[in-house]
Design a binder for this molecule. Structure first.
Ligand code: ACM
Length: 263
C-alpha cells in the first residue's frame, strides 16, 4: 500500500483556499491512502465557540463530499482532520473517506489546551476500520500523550494509525516512534507548519510529519518549516508480527491483571 502525507499551512478560516490546496496535493501523486493534518480545512486557533461553529461542517457537508468525489476520481482514501458540527455539538474530528463515502468519523478524545473552550470532547470508544485485508485506526494530535489511545487501536487490530496533527509541543514526533514500536504498527503523523496569531494567542506548528514502521524506523520525515508531501510503500503485513524476540510478543505478553487505574 502506498501511503502519502500532505503537510501544509492551512489559511485560517479560508475553507475554499485550503480545499483547493488539498485537492491539488492529492492530484499530484498516486497513493492508496492520504493523511492530512488536524483541522486542515479551517485552521486551528478559533477565537471562540461561535467562530468554530460557523466554520464547522457536518460529516455530510460540502468539504467531505468534495473529498469523497476526489477519492473516486483518484481511486484513493483520505484521512483528514476537520471541525465537525452535529446539532449543537462541535468536535475536533477526523474522517476516513473512500470512493464509497465517509467510512467513519473519529472525534478527538483528549482535547488540548484552548480546544476545551471551542470543542466538545469525543465520546470514544476508539474504533478501527477495514483497509482491504488490514485495519486502520485514527487518533488526533494530543492523543499521542495517552499511550492508551494507540494501544486501544492496536488491540482492535489496527495495522496503520492515521494521526492528523497540529503539533505545538516538541515531543510528539519522538513519542510516536515509541507508539509505533510498542504496538508494532505503522504510524502516519500528518502535522502542519506555519504560525497562527489570533485572539491574543500565537502558536507555531512544528511540521516534521512522519511515517514510522512497526520497528520504530522513521521511513520518511518532512521539514519543520515548509510544505511537503511524503509518500512511502508500506508492507502492511509487517504489522501482523508483534514479536520482538522469539519469546516476546508485544501484545500477547501484556499483563493487564498487573496494571492499575488511578484511584
Ligand atoms: C494538539 O492537540 N493540536 C496539540
Amino acid at each position: 500500500m502506498r501511503a502519502a502525507i500532505f503537510q501544509f499551512s492551512p489559511a485560517f478560516g479560508d475553507v475554499a483556499a485550503n480545499m483547493a490546496r488539498i485537492e491539488r496535493a492529492v492530484r499530484s501523486a498516486d497513493a492508496d491512502l492520504w493523511v492530512l493534518p488536524e483541522l486542515a480545512t479551517t485552521g486551528y486557533l478559533f477565537a471562540d465557540r461561535a467562530e468554530c461553529s460557523a466554520l464547522a461542517e457536518p460529516a455530510d457537508g460540502p468539504s467531505l463530499r468534495a473529498l469523497v468525489d476526489l477519492c473516486r476520481e483518484r481511486s484513493t482514501r483520505v484521512v483528514i482532520g476537520f471541525a465537525e458540527r452535529e446539532g449543537e455539538r462541535i468536535y475536533n474530528a477526523a474522517a476516513h473517506l473512500s470512493p464509497e463515502g465517509v467510512l467513519s468519523v473519529y472525534r478527538k478524545v483528549h482535547l488540548f489546551d484552548r480546544e476545551r473552550v471551542t470543542f466538545d470532547p469525543g465520546p470514544g470508544p476508539f474504533r478501527v476500520d477495514p483497509l482491504g485485508a488490514h485495519r486502520l485506526g485514527m487518533m488526533i494530535c494530543f492523543d499521542w500523550v495517552f499511550p492508551e489511545a494507540a494501544r486501544s487501536l492496536a488491540l482492535l487490530g489496527a495495522d496503520v494509525i492515521a494521526h492528523p496533527a497540529n503539533l505545538v509541543l516538541p515531543f510528539c514526533q519522538d513519542a510516536m516512534v515509541t507508539r509505533a514500536l510498542e504496538n508494532g504498527v505503522f504510524c502516519l503523523t500528518a502535522n502542519r507548519v506555519g504560525v497562527e496569531r489570533r485572539a491574543g494567542v500565537e502558536l507555531a506548528f512544528t511540521g516534521r510529519s512522519q511515517i514510522v514502521d512497526p520497528q520504530g524506523r522513521v521511513l520518511a520525515r518532512a521539514p519543520s518549516d515548509a510544505e511537503a508531501t511524503l509518500a512511502v510503500d508500506l508492507e502492511l503485513e509487517l504489522a501482523r508480527d508483534k514479536s520482538l524476540t522469539p519469546r516476546n510478543d508485544r501484545l500477547g505478553d501484556r499483563r493487564p491483571e498487573c496494571y492499575v487505574e488511578r484511584e
